[in-house]
Design a protein around this ligand. Sequence first.
Ligand SMILES: [Zn+2]
Length: 503
Amino acid sequence: MATKILIPTPLRPYTDKKDAVDADGTTVGELLADLTRKHAGLKAHLYNDQGKLRSFVNVYVNDEDIRYLQKEQTPVSPADTVSIIPSVAGGVDKAEKGYGPSSTSAVAEKGSYPFSRSVEELPQLTNDEVKRYSRHLIMPEVGMDGQRRLKAGSVLCIGAGGLGSPAALYLAAAGVGRIGVVDFDTVDYSNLQRQIIHGTPDVGRSKLASAKDRLNAINPHVDVQTYEVALSSENALKLFEPYDVILDGTDNFPTRYLTNDACVLMGKPNAYGSIFRFEGQASVFATKEGPCYRCLYPEPPPPGLVPSCAEGGVLGVLPGVIGVIQATEAIKLILGSGQPLIGRLLLYDALQMRFRELKLRRDPECPICGDHPTIHALIDYDQFCGVVPAQTQHATTGVPEITVEELKAKMDRGDDFFLLDVREPNEYQICKIQGAKLIPLGEVSQRTGELDRDRDLIVHCKMGARSAKAVSLLQERGFTRARNLKGGILEWIDKVDRTQSKY
Ligand SMILES: [Zn+2]
């Protein structure tokens, strides 16, 4: 009898798109060995070169982390369900976002827990506020004192994007007295499918200006503070200082680890959320009693191993659900009511419409919140996450290139060459270069038989990064005449064929 292993979305390309795979074995180690025998592509994602399970991949038997059972020796039976839970960044490439430089910074004094305000020092509500919050005031779990706690409370939203948008809207509506928003982006048409704090007339405006207008319109009693900066090791402690709760709506690993570490160092709770395609995660980290993000994922995945939302896409309503869960947790923490998501990782699958909950523990060996921490100040998170700055990234791809103008000239001359598109089928449906054959990057190595080594081969993707990988792979296989189309199809549309849609 086989045991069922649930496969998360980012790893499904390696299991023929299956969301669950049956594997044989009496221990977790045997099951995973059988799984990687059946689906060899998974191996590099689950194990490092030394054959050890990678530290950004967690394995659960039912709702329990195997690190707290018998690790890979944990016995399993067909009645158990095994889940693989990798870390997901939930956003666009950091290089595109121009995340600022980072370095070490002094450790702040651990702040007092924000919810120890005495009733006497809480602000009073005005008559207008009493009317506005009447549905809260008649609830015993909030009531007058609770609403005054919300008015005295403050939340800093990291990002006014997919998660920050719904979270900030509800925090403002609920009457959280001070809401800070950190962002430095402008509103783009492609944001509107999920970032509901912004509207069509806001396209081109700064996200902060747009968010502030919207929040003030919902509730003029709320003090909205905006910070037009990239969160960095230099500014994080200072930015977090005046807030009770930090709401992590980040979209990349360096900012995620930075947010976690700053919260732990300052003793501020982190209402965490992350999203990928149609799956989300939420938890509350960095409280005195609970674990932190590093307890769950000690290390980030190497760049490029886990696709970002910009590459993988995201269902527009998904960040709505996760962002509102984050806001709910922030409100509960300020009120001091209910059971917060401390020590629990909530998983949401929108396609199956299923919530699952996994146990999280504080790791005594955690480098920042463990018993003998080795991290006492913010570090260089780009370096920690192995992120190469954008300029050097292009310089080191080192594959031969061709410009879109040169490609157009070749076409006009009627030169003989083969044009290969390595994007995904859904992207091909949006726009394509006439005559291009589609072989998604993940399939190129198995389908080289469909290509000719004796012809010029021009490879393109959306912006040039995936096709550069394909060119270097093809060169290793003897396709010495392969070249990368610089700037990808987006540049082709900009400079050659403006009739097609960009995405
Ligand atoms: Zn920790």
